[in-house]
Design a protein around this ligand. Structure first.
Ligand code: GDP
Length: 440
């Protein structure tokens, strides 16, 4: 499903952003590249993606963050706004009596959506009725009748009648007293001249308040082409995207709105009558970007950085005591299960012990800390501040005192040394300043 696949990739990109030690042009470029890849894979139009990337880059670097906003939040907000820019805000659906004409190609999910839409209004307390004017596809009459009967929705149809316009004319009279009048029109394999003529005729007779185009999400970028053609023919007021549950290509249909300026009204997410929801861009994109999770991620990152007892200035001068190491472990441990973020933090990605932190390392952080604490309790202040003085004899003494093996003590010292080297490298590469800033 597009939500899962696209969502995962976009969220991956944003987590990288949040985990970055400093937000600069390189980071923004990298994140934008990931977002581009995610959108193109989901079949969003290349030009749309390129324009959007350009705007994200420009705005991230030029616009001032909102007061009190972290630079990371600033960029996330821009990405969010730009996503709304390509998918639109979503349609407003009035809960009042109205006539709705449904159009779309065969197989797009039009008939199913007619019944889902009727059900949606029914749940809102309005009385829907349906006119089945799809006399082109064999079986469409029966299919819609059965669907409506199941939902207790009034259905008007004339099986075998070849004049769709006549069906609509008579149908509208028959369902006059209903609040919501939904007309199912015929589809074709392609938008042909006779179909256009029929749609125009029905449009003229019914004078619908809404003309919804049903688009199958799986058609990817073709959605834009279809939307344009139907819009030119009858003027579309809203889009229903079906089968978002079954495709990773839904980005094409979701962004087709930008082709015709008609908003997305509903999305279909399954085969049952209730697998249908209003498209609310705020909610949809928040879900897609995992905004709730991102926010808590951001807070945890900020919190752990603030609470860290690390003496950054000393560390940058090359002084990294065992107590500093412990404080660092504590900061990492506080972030608990957020392994992914930890891996993205500069300290994580610097590679403690010379290697990148693996899940196993992270799982073991809490355990390691307990053992290290016991060992460190058996050390003198001098040893804690300057582990270099810890000789073989001292190792033996500390092992005895803490009830651990000399190997455990050596492992702790090795871990400390690796971490100290990693800090030195980091400072040497110019990371020091940004880290100091980050730790504030
Ligand atoms: P029509 O030719 O446009 O009227 O298409 P139908 O309404 O008959 O739908 C074609 C197929 O798509 C049917 O098997 C439907 O059950 C299925 N379908 C429609 N909407 C959705 C949806 O949102 N999700 C899934 N998974 N299937 C859908």
């Amino acid at each position: 499903m597009v939500m899962d696949k696209l969502g995962d990739s976009l969220q991956g990109a944003l987590r990288k952003l949040i985990g970055a030690n400093r937000i600069d042009e390189n980071v923004v470029n990298e994140v934008v590249k990931d977002i581009q890849r995610a959108l193109l894979t989901s079949d969003v139009n290349v030009k749309l993606v390129m324009d959007m990337s350009k705007r994200i880059k420009e705005r991230s670097l030029k616009e001032e963050p909102q007061k009190g906003a972290d630079p990371r939040e600033h960029v996330v907000r821009i990405v969010y706004q730009e996503m709304i820019g390509i998918m639109g805000k979503g349609a407003t659906i009035d809960l009042k009596p109205q006539t709705i004409m449904m159009v779309g190609l065969q197989g797009s999910g039009k008939t199913t959506s007619v019944s889902k839409l009727a059900r949606w209004f029914q749940k809102k307390g309005l009385k829907p009725a349906v006119i089945g004017a799809d006399n082109f596809r064999p079986g469409a009459y029966q299919q819609l009748k059965i669907l409506c009967d199941k939902l207790n929705v009034h259905f008007y149809g004339e099986e075998g009648e070849t004049d769709a316009v006549g069906i609509v004319k008579r149908g509208l009279k028959e369902i006059e007293k209903y609040d919501i009048k939904i007309i199912d029109t015929a589809g074709r394999h392609a938008l042909e001249a006779d179909l256009i003529a029929e749609m125009e005729a029905i449009n003229a007779i019914a004078n619908p308040d809404q003309k919804f185009l049903v688009l199958d999400a799986a058609i990817g970028q073709q959605a834009g082409v279809q939307a344009k053609a139907f819009n030119d023919a009858v003027g579309i007021t809203g889009i229903i995207i079906t089968k978002l549950d079954g495709t990773a290509k839904g980005g094409g249909a979701l962004s087709a709105v930008s082709e015709i300026n008609a908003p997305i009204a509903f999305i279909g997410t399954g085969e049952t009558p209730d697998d249908f929801e209003r498209f609310d861009a705020d909610r949809f994109i928040s879900r897609l970007l995992g905004m709730g999770d991102l926010q808590s991620l951001l807070e945890k990152v900020q919190e752990s950085m603030k609470e860290s007892d690390l003496n950054v200035e000393n560390i940058m001068k090359g002084r990294f005591t065992l107590n500093d190491m412990y404080a660092q472990l504590e900061a990492m441990n506080k972030m608990g299960p957020l392994k992914q973020v930890m891996k993205m933090l500069p300290l994580g990605s610097m590679g403690l012990g010379g290697a990148k932190l693996s899940d196993k390392d992270l799982d073991e952080t809490g355990q390691k800390m307990k053992v290290y604490k016991v060992i460190m309790d058996s050390m003198t202040e001098g040893e804690l501040n300057d582990p270099k003085i810890i000789s073989a004899a001292r190792i033996k003494r500390i092992a005895m005192g803490s009830g651990r093996s000399p190997d455990d003590i050596r492992e702790l010292l090795k871990y400390h040394k690796n971490m100290q080297n990693a800090f030195k490298n980091f400072a040497g590469k110019g990371g020091g300043r940004s880290m100091q800033k980050m730790m504030k």
